[in-house]
Write a protein that binds this ligand. Structure first.
Ligand code: FAD
Length: 402
């Protein structure tokens, strides 16, 4: 049902979170939606994404299923390997026997971030409600304060990790800090690989202080790689946005990762033509709803709760945020919608941030004599699927569709 509440709303940022909010809003309200995006062209930044059923169910509810099925890939299984031996430690069926769909009511998808962003953009533009201003950065009005309850529009900061909206409305909050973890990302056409090396699964190789993930995207035509390490000798990245997404000379991948890679991984890494390097920045998990909404301002996605990528849930949480915020905005016309949204979201987002940190420690387990890795590998062999299947996460919250 479309709401009748008159809203003046500005969304800063047309990433996955900002466009998801515009999409969810267009399903629930007939109001025009203003989106400001600082870049002039929506780009390929970010390579691939895994999306759990908790996020996919919202995309399907918004009517994006047919468009996204053209570009997404539904992996058969999740396979966890030891990086040292290459042995399979544990497996979880995803598309196999329709398991994810059966248990969680939605599939597990892998796709390129740019494909998801384009599908959201096209759907929002087709609604005729979006006023998307590309090349138009949101900027603070110096004399305005976020707590003002006047007639100012509601402002949603969906402007990512370095959020200028957060810096303005929460000046006391520290900037993101370097985590000491560095990611390398790459895309590789499957056609260029020998048949034996092509894959229809999400594969993870866990090693000491590093791990590698590979999964098909672009309807299976490409393999997306992410290698993450906290063992590099890279110079500590300065806490600035410019250090995000750089090309790299591959020193760590060539010198450290390749020599220890098992036969199931090594030829894949050798086939990758180019990597992009992403020093990972973070903020502590949310501690209260007040960190997500203040006065007529709310934060969504990475602006509110950046997380380490060890649970593959950053974009998924931005999508969940968008669904919840649109639902609140359809029920309450003023700033109280923003505080309701923050109340309903902060604990789940904090739980996912904490679980991502914990996963990182498991993925990168290291220590004297390899004892911790051996314990991890033994638990995965023993408990397998029950460790890989976070029902609290994929079960998600209720779907609020139009
Ligand atoms: C290595 C790695 C792997 C990942 N893998 C996964 C995964 O498998 N699954 C998953 O769910 N997540 C994953 N993530 C996380 C995911 O990429 C992010 O959480 C997600 O993209 C955040 O979306 P967002 O819309 O909040 O922010 P962003 O995507 O950063 O979008 C913010 C937008 O705001 C714009 N902006 C910034 N400042 C302004 C301004 N002043 N005015 C207007 N616009 C502005 C930016 O240009 C940008 O377009 C991964 C992250 C990394 C680093």
């Amino acid at each position: 049902m479309r709401g009748f509440v008159a809203l003046d709303l500005i969304i800063a940022g047309a990433g996955i979170g900002g466009l998801s909010l515009a999409m969810a809003q267009s399903r629930l309200s007939a109001q025009p939606i203003r989106v400001l995006e600082k870049t002039a062209v929506l780009s390929e930044v970010g390579a691939g994404l895994q999306l759990g059923p908790n996020a996919v169910r919202h995309l399907i509810a918004w009517g994006l299923g047919p468009a996204l099925k053209q570009v997404a890939f539904e992996p058969r299984r999740l396979q966890v390997h030891s990086l040292l031996s290459g042995a399979v430690l544990a497996e979880l069926a995803l598309a196999d026997q329709g398991r994810a769909q059966q248990i969680y009511g939605a599939p597990y998808w892998c796709l390129r971030r740019a494909d998801l962003q384009q599908a959201l953009l096209q759907a929002v533009q087709a609604s005729g409600q979006i006023d998307l201003q590309l090349g138009q950065a949101w900027q603070a009005v110096p004399q305005a304060r976020p707590g003002d309850q006047g007639e100012a529009p509601l402002l949603i900061g969906a402007d990512g990790l370095w959020s200028p909206v957060r810096a303005w409305a929460w000046p006391e909050v520290a900037a993101p800090r370097a985590s000491g973890h560095v990611a390398w990302r790459a895309l590789l056409p499957q056609m260029t690989l020998p048949v034996a090396l092509r894959s229809d699964c999400v594969r993870v190789w866990m090693g000491p202080r590093c791990h590698v993930v590979a999964y098909p995207v672009a309807a299976g035509e490409q393999l997306n790689f992410v290698a993450i390490s906290n063992q590099t000798q890279e110079p500590a990245p300065i806490g600035a946005e410019d250090f995000w997404d750089q090309s790299t000379d591959l020193d760590w991948v060539r010198q450290s990762l390749l020599p220890q890679a098992p036969p199931s991984l090594r030829p894949l890494l050798e086939a990758v033509p180019a990597w992009r390097q992403w020093p990972l920045f973070e903020r502590p998990p949310l501690g209260s709803a007040a960190e997500m909404a203040r006065g007529r301002v709310a934060l969504l996605g990475d602006a509110a709760h950046p997380m380490r990528p060890y649970l593959a849930q950053g974009a998924a949480m931005a999508i969940e945020d968008a669904a919840e915020l649109a639902a609140c905005l359809s029920q309450q016309s003023d700033a109280s919608a923003l505080s309701s949204y923050a109340q309903r979201r902060w604990q789940r987002c904090a739980q996912v941030q904490r679980a991502s940190l914990r996963n990182g420690r498991i993925f990168h387990a290291s220590g004297p004599f390899g004892l911790v890795q051996k314990a991890r590998d033994a638990s995965l062999r023993l408990l397998g699927p029950s460790l890989l299947d976070p029902a609290w996460l994929y079960g998600g919250g209720p779907v609020l569709s139009a």
